[in-house]
Design a protein around this ligand. Structure first.
Ligand code: ATP
Ligand code: TZP
Ligand code: MG
Ligand code: MG
Length: 270
């Protein structure tokens, strides 16, 4: 696979509209800037439709939801759908409470998603499969993770990214496993949320005729390679230094380094 979407993001500096949670907003904005995208956090009901319309991608994240945020998400998503702007949904904590599960299941009925990105428990609950979850962190479940990802992608007609020790990227018919990343990512809050926004930036630069699935695979591998580089430089110090170094590496990692270090395996389709 030629890995060139990263260069395109850096060249085009796409505007990424984020409606995200109050835990991760600054880290997400800094991570998008480090990648080479242009983050915009905008929540007011009076403006979200206008922002979504002009954005390269819209990233919707229910991490600290309330009814005002959910309505902002709905308005931004509807505007993005109407104007053919890609939509990424991060269903943070789906399954943790009935309110989160009900809200996210209603959102996926009302909006057309380009990408759904979450941990296995969150994606399972979006499609009504039981899986243990503690707050925003996935627990254990009985079903096969790959099958959950593929079923979710087929049901929602979108690309699904399930992250964890290894990452699954699928459109329901072609499926890739990516085993980059580092366990220190689990010690930094917002590592998953930032990845959702990075994925959003990659969807923003896809042109008609591009292979969107390949671009998402590249986004996930790029992020994992950046984390590996950051961990190699800071493992002795711990998660605080790692978090800062991750931002540095999101700037420094080149497409060539991604190609060299990516561990990508296609396990279905192709
Ligand atoms: P959770 O809340 O369950 O941690 P999340 O939304 O934070 O989910 P993660 O699944 O942690 O998202 O994924 C974020 C990034 O961390 C991804 O790049 C993923 O590959 C990486 N990652 C997660 N767990 C591990 C691990 N054990 N080893 C290596 N990388 C990991
Ligand atoms: N609580 C509500 S949202 C949030 C927390 C801790 C951030 C979750 O971020 P991530 O990327 O899913 O770990
Ligand atoms: Mg995590
Ligand atoms: Mg998450």
């Amino acid at each position: 696979m030629t890995l060139s979407y990263l260069e395109r993001v850096r060249a085009l500096n796409p505007l990424v509209h984020n409606i995200t949670n109050l835990v991760v907003a600054p880290f997400t904005a800094n991570g998008l800037l480090a990648l080479g995208a242009s983050p915009f956090m905008a929540y007011a009901h009076e403006e979200v439709a206008d922002v979504a319309r002009i954005a390269g991608a819209v990233v919707l994240n229910i991490g600290t939801l309330d009814e005002k945020v959910v309505q902002a998400i709905r308005l931004a998503g509807q505007s993005a759908n109407a104007h053919h702007v890609p939509v990424v949904l991060d269903p943070v904590g789906a399954g943790a409470t009935p309110y989160r599960t009900k809200t996210v299941q209603q959102l996926v009925r009302d909006l057309r998603l380009t990408v759904l990105r979450g941990n296995v428990a969150e994606v399972a609950h979006v499609i009504g499969v039981p899986w243990s979850i503690k707050g925003v962190d996935a627990g254990e479940g009985d079903e096969d993770r790959i099958s959950i990802a593929e079923r979710a992608a087929q049901q929602l007609a979108c690309i699904v990214v399930i992250t964890g020790q290894y990452d699954i990227v699928t459109d329901g018919y072609q499926t890739f496993l990516i085993s980059n990343g580092h366990v220190l990512l689990t010690r930094v809050t917002g590592a998953g949320c930032l990845l959702s926004s990075v994925v959003g930036a990659f969807t923003a630069v896809a042109q008609p005729g591009d292979n969107l699935l390949n671009s998402i695979v590249e986004a996930v591998a790029y992020y994992g390679v950046a984390a590996e580089q950051a961990a190699a430089l800071t493992a002795q110090q711990g998660p605080g230094s790692f978090q800062i170094e991750l931002l540095n590496q999101l700037v420094k990692v080149t497409p060539e380094l991604v190609s060299e270090h990516a561990r990508i395996r296609q396990i279905r389709g192709g």
